[in-house]
Design a binder for this molecule. Structure first.
Ligand code: 4AD
Ligand code: MG
Length: 447
């Protein structure tokens, strides 16, 4: 269409449009939707920061502007000029009286944008994930995700933690050998990291309080709503911290992140349809539940018929067990001291009951299950070597890790929180596939 009329018209993000009520602005974005009502057109424009409804009355604009809008196809890119007007009836409380439209690229009618406002199945949407990301719900989720990551970093940075980045290509397993992705590393066998923990135990001995934040990989063949093969994990690690310190940190940390989302991303949570009152309750302290007591709750649930299988002491909690437990509390529940047998090799045994590990899993409420796993780490040299052997791990690959117990070993603890699990819970999503722009899951590699 016509060239933009005046260079002096400010380019404005839609989210900031309310600050420009009464003035003419330029918006650069895409056509989200178009409604027609007699001689009035109501195009909705989006620009990544929000959506604004435009108004185009036939008798108030140039005929070529009216025709351009009338035939505009969904997701065509456009630069729009118009005056922002407050209107109580409009979505968001304001509208744009469109005066000019410049089409940057027109989506051809013969090959229209595949995602229409009508319902699509999940499989179709996943195949078109590169386009699905443009929907309002998806952009809101991604903004909440970014807020969560920022809150995580701010919390740790403000408390004197130093960010230290562990390697992604590693010679050995951290969380067990069954879920490693192999990498051909020249002549050597290497793996994609499952967790940065072992490396940040080293940086914690150098810097005291550290964290890592990065991608981690699990080759487990689990096809559940909670599992990705590639996910992002934040892991704080603290020299001299014991299990109780770790649980206090976890409850402060989670509460901070949730409250920050409420403060900065309330309208996005609204768009997603989250019940915000449930998030408002997420403040310390969180309930602490021993594994022993958790088992009792699960057995009572089975007796009442609320759980299908009877849980026996000694096993790891399965998804249905976690779902049940976490649905019993309004806040995340911290389940501590699992049997050492079902947990990783590096966990410190409970001195009172050595068959238990000084560990904690934080289960998010509303049935979301584990979002944090952590523990105190074995500080004793001989015990650590013994554990490495018991788990059939190659001692040579762990030599440097064992060294940490030789040169100034101290009690220390840390945890890992999966960002996607946290996003799923905070946004109230059914499945982790919507929590990351391009999810990697079992047999899912495109796009
Ligand atoms: O419980 P995990 O396996 O613990 C560790 O990796 C420790 N080394 C962390 C530490 O102590 N520094 O994983 C930690 C968290 C889980 O609680 C969960 O939130 C997330 O990582 N997670 C996954 N998220 C998505 N998909 C998967 N397959 C996940 N596996 C773990
Ligand atoms: Mg775990």
């Amino acid at each position: 269409m016509s060239e933009p009329s005046q260079a002096s018209i400010p380019i404005v993000n839609i989210e900031n449009a309310p600050q420009h009520i009464g003035s003419t602005v330029t918006i650069r974005g895409w056509l989200y939707n178009l409604r027609e009502s007699g001689k009035l057109l109501f195009p909705q424009f989006r620009d990544g920061s929000g959506v604004i409804q435009g108004v185009v009355p036939k008798n108030a604009v140039a005929p070529e502007v009216f025709d351009a809008v009338k035939t505009l196809t969904q997701e065509s890119s456009v630069v729009v000029e118009g005056k922002v007007r407050a209107d109580k009836r409009a979505p968001g409380g304001y509208e744009l009286d469109v005066s000019n439209v410049q089409i940057i690229q027109r989506v051809p009618e013969s090959d229209p944008y595949p995602i229409t406002p009508k319902e699509h199945g999940t499989e179709f949407l996943m195949e078109h994930r590169h386009l699905w990301l443009r929907s309002q719900r998806q952009t809101s989720i991604l903004r909440v995700r970014a807020e969560i990551i920022k809150a995580v970093r701010d919390f740790l940075d403000e408390r004197g933690f130093t960010l230290t980045d562990p390697p992604i290509i590693t010679p050995a397993a951290c969380e067990g050998t069954t879920t490693l992705f192999p990498v051909d590393y020249f002549e050597e066998q290497a793996y994609l990291t499952q967790s940065g923990q072992l490396y940040i135990e080293a940086t914690a001995m150098a810097l005291g309080k550290v964290y890592s934040f990065g991608p981690t990989f699990r080759a487990e063949k689990s096809k559940t709503r909670r599992h990705l093969t590639e996910f992002w994990m934040v892991e704080p690690e603290i020299a001299y911290a014991q299990l109780d310190d770790l649980m206090s940190l976890a409850e402060e940390f989670i509460s901070f992140v949730v409250q920050r989302c409420l403060e900065h991303r309330r309208s996005d949570l609204h768009t997603i349809g989250r019940d915000i009152s449930k998030l408002e309750k997420i403040l310390p302290p969180f309930p602490r539940l021993s594994y022993d007591d958790a088992v009792k709750m699960l057995q009572e649930a089975h007796a009442k018929g609320a759980l299908e299988t009877k849980f026996e002491w000694g096993g790891d909690l399965g998804s249905p067990d976690e779902t049940y437990l976490s649905a019993q509390f309004e806040k995340p529940v911290m389940v501590h001291r699992y049997p050492a047998k079902v947990k990783a090799f590096y966990m410190e045994p409970d001195p009172q009951r050595p068959e238990l590990a000084l560990c904690v899993d934080v289960l998010a409420p509303e049935g979301y299950g584990e979002i944090i796993g952590g523990s105190q780490r074995t500080a004793n040299y001989d015990l650590l070597v013994k554990r490495i052997h018991e788990h059939n791990l190659p001692e040579a690959a762990f030599k440097w890790y064992i060294d940490l117990r030789k040169y100034g070993s101290v009690p220390h603890s840390g945890f890992g929180m999966g960002i996607e699990r946290a996003v799923a819970w905070i946004c109230g999503l059914e499945h982790v596939r919507e929590t990351i722009p391009f999810p990697r899951m079992l047999y899912k590699l495109y796009p």
